[in-house]
Every structure is written in structure tokens, then in C-alpha cells.
Design a protein around this ligand. Structure first.
Ligand code: GDP
Length: 360
């Protein structure tokens, strides 16, 4: 059965539209059709059922009219809110965190990525399982119930705890192995450059182009016009000059309100960022909230204690920027800006030159 989602946000009026637009993008990324959306002003929200009584009635009317079969809320719901909403609407309810976890579950590629996502999902799920050990079966299949790969999230509390323990042990093994690799890399003496940026900014496109132009080893990546095409950090070596080889690592795309379970899960992979000699921040300069996206990225970098690393900001997608004043404003506020269009530009040499200049 096709999944049709109705979106709800409880927010300040001036923020609601933007957040709902992002939520809609996330829903589509998860493979769900968006049937409609409403928001409630933050002042009127309810702590027990998320929405106030009147809004709930309005919502049920919308749900009938649009035949939506999934309700997606923009905030992380408490277990009680989730249950109450499911009871009053009669359809599956998912919150932003559940949705993002579902997307990560679909997209995890490496063994480590899969383990991390499953761990984050189970940690999120545990307090939301009902006392009798009843699992997610009430939700049926589809979005919000997918595990990484093919596994389905249907377990009772005891088994969830056992599985969490098992996953943590596995991850510890992998981290040991990763440490060995890291030491090898340090011994190689090559500078490490980490790509960071908001999702959909163009990181994958950049890496693809960089690899084409530098005849580097490594497989081909395909850019997708979906959030989270990049999930696992990968380190590639690039020859940006005949006499200059660098290593470049790609990280998971940053996003507003990234669920904390995920940030914790990916903290280990974000270590690549912490070990980098230089950061390459890719920004979609054509996005009307480009500066807010940059702020989100900076806030996460700060959390990783990486705010002071030398950073180049690629102001990407200038082919779509309408006002040159907007571009100038961004260039003035961000470190070492290089405006370009990864789709149109032939050469990345301005980037390689700037890297040369900034590397110790
Ligand atoms: P990532 O999530 O940061 O890895 O972003 P991607 O590299 O997957 O790019 C997201 C989308 O933006 C893709 O559809 C790209 O084709 C598109 N894109 C990348 N660079 C440009 C650009 O310079 N101009 C335009 N118009 N689109 C671009």
C-alpha cells in the first residue's frame, strides 16, 4: 500500500513554513508521498497530545479528506504523545527523529554505518515500546519500521536490550580497527581534508568532480538529488598537483535538529573531521537559508571542537543565485569563500590553490 503522509509542526509561525518544507523533503527522501500539512502556533501546543484539541479536530478532518495513512510530526514526540496521537487519529504516527532514522536505515552502506544506525534506532525505540513487550507491529510495515538492510524492527524490550549490547560490542571492535587505519594514515604523512556541509549542498558532486580531475584511486560516487546520499565516511586520495597528494574524507550531511541519538552514533565517524588538517565546507549559496545552513554546520563543528580549524567555504550553485548582493553577503561572512558552480565549472584549480595556500 502506498504511504501518504500528512505533516504537522508546532512552531513559531515564522519558522513553521521552512521547517515543514524541510520535513516534506525528508519525507520524500524516505519514499513517502506528502498529502498535506498544517502547523499549530507554539503557544497552543499540548504537552500530552502534541496538538491542542481544536487543532486535533482540524487534523482529523484533513486526514479524512486526503486519505493520509501516516502522520509525521516535526518534533521529537514523547512516548505518551506518540501513543495519544495514534489513538486519536487512528493512523501510524512518526516523529522527525523516527523519520530521519528511517532514512539513515535505508541508506547505510558500510558495516559500521549499518550497526550505528541500528543502534540509534533501538535506543530511540526502547522507551517507546509498551510495557507488555509489544513491539512495533501495531505500526505495520513501511516508513519508521525499517531497519538497516532488510531487518525489521520488531522486538520486545528484553531482546532490544540484548541487541543493543551486542551492537555496542561489535562497534567497539570496528573502532579498534579504525584506529589502526588512522595510524597508518598518519604515518603516510599526507594531509587530510574533510568535506563538511549541509545535506544536498553538493559534497558528493564535489568529490566526484575532484576524483575525475585528479585521476585518484577509488570508486565512483553518484550524486543524488536526495538528502543523505552520503552516509559513511570514506577517505580517498587525490593528486591535486603532480607533487601534491592529499587525502579527502566525506562525512554525513549535517542537518537542523539532527537527532541526538544519531549525532552520538556518528560522533565516531565525525572523528575524521577532528583529525583533519583543513575543512572544506560546501554550501548551497542559492538556498534562501544558506546562512542558517552555514550556522548549523558551524554549531556542529563547534560541538566537535573543530571551530578553529582552517576552513575553505565553497559557495556552490552560483548558477542558481539570482541576486549578486546575496552572494557578496555570504562571501563577507564566511571563511575563505570560493564562489563556483560544481555543475558548470570546468576546473577546480581555485580550490586546489587555496588548499595549497592554507596547508601548513
Ligand atoms: P550532498 O548531499 O552534499 O552530497 O549533495 P549532492 O552532491 O548529492 O548534490 C545535491 C544536488 O545538488 C544534486 O542534484 C546535484 O546535481 C545538485 N548540484 C550540485 N552542485 C550544483 C551546482 O553547482 N548547481 C546546481 N544547480 N545544482 C548542483
Amino acid at each position: 500500500e502506498e504511504e501518504r503522509a500528512f505533516l504537522v509542526s508546532v512552531e513559531k509561525e515564522e519558522l513553521a513554513e521552512e521547517l515543514l518544507a524541510e520535513l516534506a523533503e525528508l519525507a520524500r527522501t524516505a519514499g513517502v508521498k506528502v498529502a498535506g500539512q498544517i502547523f499549530q502556533s507554539k503557544r497552543f501546543g499540548s504537552t500530552s497530545s502534541y496538538l491542542g484539541k481544536g487543532k486535533l479536530e482540524e487534523l482529523n478532518q484533513h486526514l479524512q479528506n486526503t486519505h493520509a495513512n501516516v502522520l509525521i510530526c516535526d518534533d521529537e514526540l514523547t512516548p505518551a504523545q506518540l501513543r495519544n496521537l495514534e489513538e486519536s487519529t487512528g493512523i501510524k504516527v512518526l516523529d522527525r527523529t523516527g523519520l530521519i532514522l528511517d532514512i539513515f536505515a535505508q541508506r547505510a552502506k558500510s558495516k559500521e554505518g549499518k550497526l550505528q544506525v541500528e543502534l540509534a534506532q533501538l535506543q530511540y525505540l526502547l522507551p517507546r515500546l509498551s510495557g507488555q513487550g509489544q513491539a512495533l507491529s501495531r505500526l505495520g510495515g513501511g516508513v519508521g519500521t525499517r531497519g538497516p538492510g532488510e531487518s525489521k524492527l520488531e522486538m520486545d524490550k528484553r531482546r532490544v536490550r540484548q541487541r543493543i549490547h551486542f551492537l555496542e560490542q561489535q562497534l567497539q571492535e570496528i573502532r579498534k580497527h579504525r584506529m589502526t587505519q588512522r595510524l597508518q594514515r598518519i604515518r603516510s604523512g599526507l594531509p587530510l581534508i574533510a568535506l563538511v556541509g549541509y545535506t544536498n549542498a553538493g559534497k558528493t558532486t564535489f568529490l566526484q568532480k575532484a576524483m575525475e580531475q585528479t585521476r585518484a584511486k577509488g570508486e565512483n560516487l553518484s550524486g543524488e538529488n536526495k538528502l543523505f546520499a552520503t552516509l559513511d565516511p570514506t577517505v580517498r586520495s587525490l593528486n591535486i598537483r603532480p607533487d601534491r597528494q592529499i587525502l579527502m574524507s566525506d562525512t554525513v550531511g549535517f542537518i537542523q535538529k539532527l537527532p541526538h541519538q544519531l549525532l552520538n552514533a556518528f560522533l565516531a565517524t565525525l572523528e575524521e573531521v577532528q583529525n583533519a588538517d583543513l575543512l572544506l565546507h560546501i554550501l548551497d549559496a542559492s538556498h534562501h537559508q544558506a546562512l542558517e545552513h552555514a550556522d548549523t554546520v558551524h554549531a556542529i563543528l563547534k560541538e566537535l571542537n573543530c571551530a578553529d580549524k582552517p576552513t575553505i567555504t565553497i559557495l556552490n550553485k552560483i548558477d542558481k543565485v539570482k541576486q549578486s548582493t546575496d552572494l557578496n553577503r555570504l562571501a563577507q561572512q564566511l571563511a575563505h569563500p570560493i564562489p563556483l558552480s560544481l555543475l558548470q565549472e570546468k576546473s577546480l584549480s581555485p580550490v586546489w590553490n587555496m588548499i595549497e595556500e592554507l596547508l601548513p
